[in-house]
Design a protein around this ligand. Structure first.
Ligand SMILES: Nc1ncnc2c1ncn2[C@@H]1O[C@H](COP(=O)(O)OP(=O)(O)OP(=O)(O)O)[C@@H](O)[C@H]1O
Ligand SMILES: [Mg+2]
Length: 379
């Protein structure tokens, strides 16, 4: 730490300044001023630790000067020179905390020297204290950052553990359920073709069976996708075709209107059809569930955006706040009583395999838009 030692002397009597200068200039760097305004200017220009100021000065009193000096150099240690009659002012000044000591004129030189020495000691003690406090604050901040880091690492660990538990459970249950489900599905299909004179109600029931099987398959596939690494098998595929097929199979509730649009020139994409269906089911079901009670509109659009194909699925449902939106791709994050919270994390994982990007925008009580950009392979 530098131990600069400079005093600023302020007094309207030149004689007083001369005497004080002589007293201190051997030991300290001494600056002086005949009045407060010039003294404030000196304070701005020099590094000063201790101020000795007269109280009674014509344009600006010593106390006024010290008050303004504080805004320029808040840490100087201040000594006030005062006539015996002004002692109460000096005592008030000390109590206000802006003045360290007062010296009564005429002063005793030894006493003044001692006071100034103590003032410098105090200054450096306070400065050192401040830098220690600053250091402590800095260390605290580092500690806080480390705690946050630790929390994040802990959460990550927890997630990995959750993954492993899901993996073990689903590998067995998933396989057990897949076969009965596919038998239900094929039986329903056979029934549909066998009963040619089925009533409308029977047809509707068969469609419900097919739809429920599809939802159950979604759940199993979501779970299985977490329990094993399944590579995408990419084939040239027409995205619009997969969307339309999925929409036909999903039972869209009657109070939800689907608004579907596309443009003519969508190129074929390299897709794993089964995985794309799963992605679509997950996103569309989320949209339907978000609008379930009051109904609404589901917009599904495909378009070409530069060298990408864009798919956007927008609902007019309950939407999400920013906290929910942040967690949407977290496995097992759900706000639904019957949700598992795997839908969107599977979507993200499968899209990664397709090198496709996904973006979700949402506004509470207005709706949600999921936008996916698929790369177009030119050969
Ligand atoms: N379109 C949407 N509108 C409003 N909230 C949504 C939407 N999509 C997702 N969310 C929110 O994100 C959460 C996670 O969605 P995700 O699909 O991963 O799981 P889930 O739908 O709860 O359960 P499941 O595993 O059955 O899909 C939902 O619980 C919901 O809070
Ligand atoms: Mg879901």
């Amino acid at each position: 730490m530098s131990t600069n030692r400079s005093i600023l002397i302020v007094d309207d009597e030149e004689k007083v300044i001369d005497v004080l200068k002589k007293t201190f200039e051997d030991e300290y760097t001494v600056y002086s001023s005949l009045g407060g305004i010039d003294a404030l200017d000196q304070l701005k220009r020099h590094s000063i630790q201790v101020i000795i100021t007269d109280e009674r000065m014509p344009k600006m009193s010593g106390m006024q000067f010290l008050k303004e000096a504080r805004t320029i150099k808040p840490n100087t240690v201040n000594i006030i020179l005062t006539a015996y009659t002004d002692i109460t002012v000096a005592i008030d000044a000390i109590n206000s905390g802006n003045v360290y000591r007062y010296i009564v004129k005429p002063w005793d030189t030894d006493e003044l020297r001692l006071t100034v020495r103590q003032a410098f000691e105090l200054y450096y003690l306070l400065t050192e204290n401040k830098s220690l406090t600053d250091e402590l604050l800095q260390k605290n901040k580092t500690l806080e950052a480390k705690i946050t880091e630790l929390k994040t690492a802990q959460e990550k660990l927890l997630r990995t553990e959750k993954f492993m538990t899901i993996g073990q459970l689903t590998a067995s249950i998933g396989h057990e359920l897949k076969n009965p489900l596919s038998r239900i599905k094929s039986s329903a299909a056979v029934l549909q073709s066998e009963i040619t004179d089925a009533t409308d109600e029977a047809k509707e029931l068969l469609r419900i069976i097919d739809n429920e099987v599809m939802i159950s398959t979604k759940i199993i596939n979501d779970l299985l996708d977490f329990s094993r690494e399944r590579e995408a098998i990419l084939n040239k595929t027409n995205l619009d075709h997969v969307i339309d097929q999925t929409l036909q199979r999903l039972k869209i509730p009657s109070h939800i209107v689907v608004d579907r649009s596309t443009v003519d020139d969508i190129p074929d994409l390299l897709l794993d059809e089964g995985q794309i269906q799963q992605i679509l089911v997950n996103i569309i079901l989320n949209g339907i569930q978000a609008m379930d009670e009051n109904g609404g509109k589901l917009y599904i659009r495909t378009s070409v955006a530069g060298n990408k194909v864009q798919l956007s699925i927008k609902d007019t449902g309950c939407g999400m706040n920013s906290e929910q939106l942040q967690k949407i791709f977290e496995p097992l994050y759900t706000t639904k009583p019957k949700g598992i919270g795997l839908g969107m994390s599977v979507v993200k994982m499968l899209l990664d395999k397709h090198k496709a990007e996904i973006k979700v925008e949402s506004r509470e009580n207005i709706g949600t838009t999921v936008t996916i950009l698929f790369p177009v392979h030119t050969n």
